[in-house]
Design a protein around this ligand. Structure first.
Ligand code: ZN
Length: 192
């Protein structure tokens, strides 16, 4: 006897359900299905476990990623203390990380509609590229790119300037879409 589901719920639907992003009617449909379907609720559980793993890794500051607004909201709902910096194209911001921050996020405002592939390059003050996040999710960007740097390395970072560049990658060429400047200052050490 097979225990497979004849009409499995799509993974993306389950993710939206978990993020509480579904309209009430759709949410009800998914809930009804899950109540009577062992395989699909198993898939949901594994998604939730995966997400918990990501949250743990995020909390420890070892993840560097571009995340969705829903994911960020979810982290907040989980009780994580998030410090955020919103920057407009060409703008710059003074930033730091405090001991109570679980995460620091950069919210880079940008319209990405109609652009195929976008990379995020992390450069030093002279423009030399240090790291790159390739092919960041463009659909559902809703006018911004939310970048979550490794909080652990931020804590260790000396004062300095980082330039984040959003690049449109077209065939062999790349085009600068926008640049954002982060002027980082470590907090003074706590008096012993
Ligand atoms: Zn099912």
């Amino acid at each position: 006897m097979s225990i497979a589901c004849a009409t499995p719920l799509e993974r993306s639907l389950l993710v939206d359900y978990w993020l509480a992003e579904l309209a009430p009617a759709a949410e009800e449909r998914v809930e009804e299905h899950l109540l009577s379907c062992v395989p699909c609720s198993g898939v949901l559980r594994s998604l939730v476990d995966l997400a918990a793993g990501i949250r743990t890794a995020t909390r420890k500051g070892i993840v560097r990623a571009v995340v969705t607004r829903a994911f960020l909201e979810r982290l907040r709902a989980e009780g994580l203390h998030v410090r955020e910096y919103r920057v407009v194209p060409g703008g710059s911001v003074q930033c730091t990380v405090a001991p109570e921050d679980d995460l620091v996020v950069a919210r880079l405002s940008i319209e990405l509609e109609g652009i195929g592939r976008v990379d995020l390059a992390i450069c030093d003050d002279s423009g030399r590229e240090k790291e790159r996040v390739r092919d960041i999710p463009v659909s559902g960007a809703h006018g911004e790119v939310i970048f979550l740097p490794r909080t652990a390395s931020l804590r260790a970072a000396p004062a300095g300037v980082d330039r984040l560049k959003l690049l449109a990658v077209e065939q062999e060429a790349e085009r600068l879409l926008a640049e954002y400047v982060f002027v980082h200052t470590p907090l003074p050490a706590e008096p012993a």
